[in-house]
Design a protein around this ligand. Structure first.
Ligand SMILES: [Zn+2]
Length: 408
């Protein structure tokens, strides 16, 4: 169960939700399964708060949101990991409200009062915004949240995660489908181990404005769950109607009717995304006057890196320029497509970085120029289908003098 991944970190809190208390507490349901795993450990159970307390001070809480107003029971709580089991039984407003509870303790810089955050990889403090001076974290807060003894990990490094499991069908199937299931997803795709991504247009409850939400969807089938009793499961499926058989047996989201749902933490665990470091590149002048790209970590930066450039490695960048509109310069709306550059290590095929931004073709060329130079003068493979990308490429080669034909 992914929620248990950071229980050695002081201050860590995880929440697992079902729609009703009965769903949580029935034999074989989440609470009983957790109990089976945790009883032999030093963790202690509180029946009153439905919380496991770990020796580090970390907690795992089981909750339910039966009535719409139940969500406000969590209004003063903070969690770093929230899991919805059988998501289509919940309303979209219950789900989105819980995002406001997904947070870490705040750490101000005692010198300037601006918020600080810790880099995931190196555990260094940086300002969230731009500040020139050395960050000075608040020692009182730091003492309150020491690093874990086992892994030297701080709560400030724990990723914030909202993950859900569900079957198709159920009364919330429509909003779950709109948010997570790409339009071109078909049930037969579920046999491929693949993470599907979607830019879903979601209307904001308060502002009534449409926002683009980037979501990940991992299909899984009954065969992916090594713990499911397949014979019994298939037997019980055969008793259901056609619609439910398609939903539960094949993961078919295109069919709707009511259905029962199943949580598959094992399948989700297989696709644990590795958290990268967000930031941006900028050009810095060396003493000899040469301009070299440098990386600066920054929350919500357009560049995510998993591995920095390594000496002697050859990298390949797939560059996809979207319809060139720059939202920041008042061109078009926030609904424009993203330009995306994927950086891979040419030997291992491993993805080491991704740039993703709604920017003009010229701005994309500037970013790609820095990115490709930083990754050892990477081999750039531009996509120019559909007419977009040629202006980007011209700017990259003719103005920025990127040696795109150098590769041999
Ligand atoms: Zn400061």
């Amino acid at each position: 169960m992914g929620a248990l991944q950071y229980v050695d970190v002081p201050g860590y809190a995880a929440l697992l939700l079902r729609r009703t208390y009965a769903d949580l507490s029935l034999p074989g349901a989440l609470m009983e399964r957790a109990s089976g795993w945790l009883k032999p450990t030093p963790a202690r159970w509180s029946g009153e708060t439905k919380t496991w307390l770990f020796p580090s001070g970390a907690t795992l809480t089981f909750g339910y949101l039966e009535a719409e107003g139940d969500k406000f029971r969590y209004q003063s709580a903070e969690f770093q990991d929230i899991g919805f089991d059988e998501l289509t039984q919940f309303s979209d407003t219950q789900y989105t409200y819980l995002f406001s509870r997904l947070r870490r303790p705040t750490m101000p810089c005692v010198r300037c009062g601006q918020p600080l955050e810790m880099t995931l990889k190196d555990g260094l403090w940086i300002h969230v915004g731009e500040e020139e001076h050395q960050p000075e974290p608040d020692m009182i807060i730091l003492r309150e949240y020491p690093k874990s003894k086992e892994r030297n990990l701080s709560i400030f490094q724990v990723p914030l995660r909202m993950r859900s499991g569900t079957n198709p069908g159920g009364f919330g199937a429509e909003w779950v489908k709109n948010r997570f299931i790409p339009d071109d997803f078909l049930p037969e795709h579920a046999t491929q181990p693949r993470v599907w991504e979607k830019d879903a247009a979601i209307e904001n409850e308060e502002t009534k404005e449409t926002e683009i939400v980037h979501t990940f969807f991992v299909p899984s089938r009954k065969d992916d769950n090594p713990y499911a009793d397949k014979t019994t499961y298939e037997k019980s499926l055969s008793k259901l109607g056609y619609v439910e058989r398609q939903q539960l047996g094949k993961g078919d989201w295109s069919i709707t009717a009511t259905g029962r749902m199943r949580f598959d933490p094992e399948a989700i665990g297989k696709f644990e995304p590795v958290t990268g470091t967000d930031g941006e590149l900028f050009m810095e002048e060396e003493p000899n006057g040469r301009l070299v790209p440098m990386f600066r970590p920054r929350r919500n930066g357009i560049l995510t890196i998993w591995k920095r450039p390594e000496r002697g490695h050859l990298y390949v960048i797939g560059a996809d320029t979207a319809q060139g509109r720059d939202v920041n310069r008042g061109e078009g709306t926030a609904k424009g497509d993203f330009s995306v550059d994927q950086v891979r290590d040419a030997d291992t095929g491993e993805q080491v970085a991704r740039l993703r931004a709604r920017i003009s073709e010229r701005a994309h060329a500037e970013q790609l120029n820095m990115l490709a130079r930083w990754y050892n003068l990477a081999f750039v493979v531009p996509e120019i289908a559909g007419g977009y990308g040629t202006a980007m490429l011209d700017h990259l080669i003719l103005d920025l003098l990127y040696p795109i034909g150098r590769f041999n």
